[in-house]
Design a protein around this ligand. Structure first.
Ligand SMILES: C[S@@+](CC[C@H](N)C(=O)[O-])C[C@H]1O[C@@H](n2cnc3c(N)ncnc32)[C@H](O)[C@@H]1O
Length: 211
């Protein structure tokens, strides 16, 4: 099966945040992006977006008849500017996905908890919005992906999602299907080399240890 994950700049933020990045190509047209995802990826796709734009994005999904679900990436540690009520979670919407054989694969959850990552130390562009490993493993589980699936990481950025996909594919089936998802991944496993490439910011690493 063929799946796509789209992690574009949030609506209206591309130039301000990514204007000097080599892959910057102007503001992303989210209406066209969703129409394309819905048409070109019938097996399944997922899109990251900001909470304030959820209503607008769901409107675009409705326009093309995309039957999406909404999941939540909750961030115990993140950077926020709003001093009233922080935006400390991020929606993930998805459509489709493999039908799960729950006899061999645990039910996925529609939420995931992991700290935000500022940027990857081996990423020369210091891509903002890079995704942590646990989020990626949750994404693969939500779409019920299998190692021989084709995976399109449409907004590559630091490459964190593609690299997590390569690591996830190499995991034994048991870990992939039972621990590499949302709340089931405990902090000791999260800190092992298998589950993280060690790019959590020091503050976040401390927060993880204290949980
Ligand atoms: C949220 S980041 C992706 C982060 C990536 N998933 C990761 O984990 O590192 C969005 C990426 O899209 C790029 N970008 C910005 N505007 C774009 C455009 N119009 N078309 C394609 N990519 C664009 C940015 O430079 C950035 O690398």
């Amino acid at each position: 099966m063929r799946f796509c994950y789209a992690d574009p700049p949030y609506i209206g933020t591309a130039e301000r945040i990514y204007g000097d990045h080599p892959d910057y190509q102007g503001e992303v047209n989210h209406r066209e992006l969703i129409a394309m995802l819905h048409k070109d990826y019938p097996d399944g796709w997922a899109l990251s977006l900001s909470a304030p734009t959820l209503y607008e994005i769901l409107g675009y999904c409705h326009e093309v008849g995309a039957d999406v679900r909404v999941g939540a990436w909750v961030k115990p540690w993140s950077v926020w500017k709003d001093k009233n009520v922080a935006y400390a979670w991020e929606p993930l919407i998805w459509e489709g996905g493999r039908k799960r054989d729950w006899k061999v694969r645990s039910t996925a959850l529609d939420w995931c908890i992991d700290n935000a990552v500022m940027y990857r130390k081996n990423d020369p562009n210091h891509t903002k919005g890079t995704k942590p490993d646990k989020f990626c493993f949750w994404l693969f589980d939500v779409l019920c992906m299998e190692p021989d699936d084709e995976f399109v990481d449409m907004f590559y950025g630091s490459g964190a999602v593609t690299k997590a996909w390569e690591r996830w594919k190499a995991m034994p089936h048991f870990w992939r299907s039972n621990t590499a998802c949302s709340g089931r991944l405990d902090s000791s496993a999260q800190q092992s080399n298998l589950f993280t490439d060690g790019n959590l910011p020091s503050k976040a690493r401390g927060a993880t240890r204290r949980r």
